[in-house]
Each structure stands twice: as C-alpha cells, then as structure tokens.
Design a protein around this ligand. Structure first.
Ligand SMILES: [Zn+2]
Length: 225
C-alpha cells in the first residue's frame, strides 16, 4: 500500500498544467468515446493501450470481460446497469469488448475442475458457458494453448451477442447510433486485434478502422492470433 500512497503524492505534485485544465473540465460532466468492457486483469490498462485521457472511456471490468445476457428478473444488475447508463444516458457511440491473451478466467473456464473451492469464480464463469461449449464443439482438435487463444476470441464474440439482448443496446443499434467492436489485446506484444466480420477473423489493428459488427455473424472458425 505504501507504493500506492506514494504514487498519489507523486501524481498530485507532478500533474502538468494542461492536465489540470483537463481535470477541471471533467467536473462539468463526461462524454466518453466508448463503453470499454474488459477483464479485471491488472496487465490491461485501457487508457494506456488506446492512448486516451480521463473521461474518454466508460469502463466495465470484471473477471473474463463478461456481459451476461439481459434478463428482466435476475439479470446481473452490475453489468446491466453499466451498459444501460453508458448507452441510454451517456449515449456512447461505441462499445468495445476487449479480451486479452493468457486470460486466467478463460483458462479456468476450459478447466472447471480447477475451480473446486472457488464457488464465486465458478458461479460467475457460468455466464460464459456458451463460450466453453463452442470451444468444446469446434476446437477440440487444438492444443490446450491454442484452445485458450481461440476461446478468448470466441468469448469476445459471445459477449457482443449478449450485449444485443440489452434493451438499450438493441434500441441504439436499431437507430444506428451505436457500433459494436470486438478486440483482443495481446499484452506480450502490445498488439490489439479487432474482429473483422468480412473475413470472420480477428485481424491486427493497423491504423485503419475495422468495420463494426453491424450484422450478426454466421458460422466461423477462429484462427489463433
Ligand atoms: Zn482475463
């Protein structure tokens, strides 16, 4: 904790004049560029990898970057509230679901036997059961490492499908004022891959904007990245 407290002191002492203006302006409200859904994993720093500022990304973080499908009676109210607030109140123009390499949640999802004694993690990952089943059905021939790699990608696509079940998202998509994107961040190389529905694969972001997922995607076989 000492490192964190020292960090606060350093931050307050070294905020640049331009940044002070930025922080002062933030007091008037927020107008984020996107709802950014990603894993709780400490190795992912969304503002760092997108070179964005405070106020730019509305974050939803949890183990495995999951967005459970909407359910009016027993929805996961935490993520549903974040989605609803970002889309219906802040009117973000984009939602990015960003998975990442070497995701412990995905590794656990594929090896549920290792979750004995961790009932909360085990229960939460039931929200990713569709991902586990897809990987089991389509990628059983791959090595363990390759299966984790494709599972990370399939999991991103599954969450994008879940997002469409949220009324605020469905309404915004219907009015064409929201775009959905699926990303995978490979932290060991600093690369970010985005799902391109035209080729049904995740491709490296190279400066061009990849098409958003305007339409549902069909059968596909994700390749390792
Ligand atoms: Zn993770």
């Amino acid at each position: 904790m000492q490192q964190l407290v020292a960090g606060i002191h350093h931050f307050q002492q070294h905020v640049q004049p331009g940044q002070r203006e930025l922080f002062a302006n933030l007091a008037r409200g927020q107008n984020p560029l996107a709802l950014f859904v990603t894993c709780s994993d400490s190795r992912i720093v969304p503002n760092l990898i997108t070179n964005t500022e405070p106020g730019d990304l509305f974050l939803l973080r949890n183990v495995g970057n999951l967005v459970p499908a909407y359910h009016p009676l027993h929805a996961d109210t935490s993520s549903a509230a974040a989605v609803e607030f970002a889309v219906a109140v802040l009117k973000v123009p984009a939602i990015v679901v960003c998975g990442h390499s070497n995701c412990g949640a995905i590794q656990a999802l594929l090896h549920p036997e290792k979750l004995d004694g961790f009932p909360s993690v085990s229960g939460w990952l039931k929200n990713a059961e569709a991902t586990r089943r897809v990987v089991q059905e389509k990628y059983g021939h791959l090595s363990d490492e390759q299966r984790v790699n494709v599972a990370v990608q399939e999991n991103v696509l599954a969450q994008l499908e879940n997002l469409r079940t949220h009324p605020a998202v469905a309404a915004a998509l219907a009015r064409d004022r929201l775009a959905l994107y699926g990303w995978v961040y490979k932290f060991e190389t600093c690369e970010v891959f985005t799902y391109n529905p035209n080729v049904e694969q995740f491709v490296a972001v190279n400066g061009d904007e990849a098409p958003s997922l305007a339409t549902r995607y069909g059968a596909r076989a994700i390749q390792s990245i």
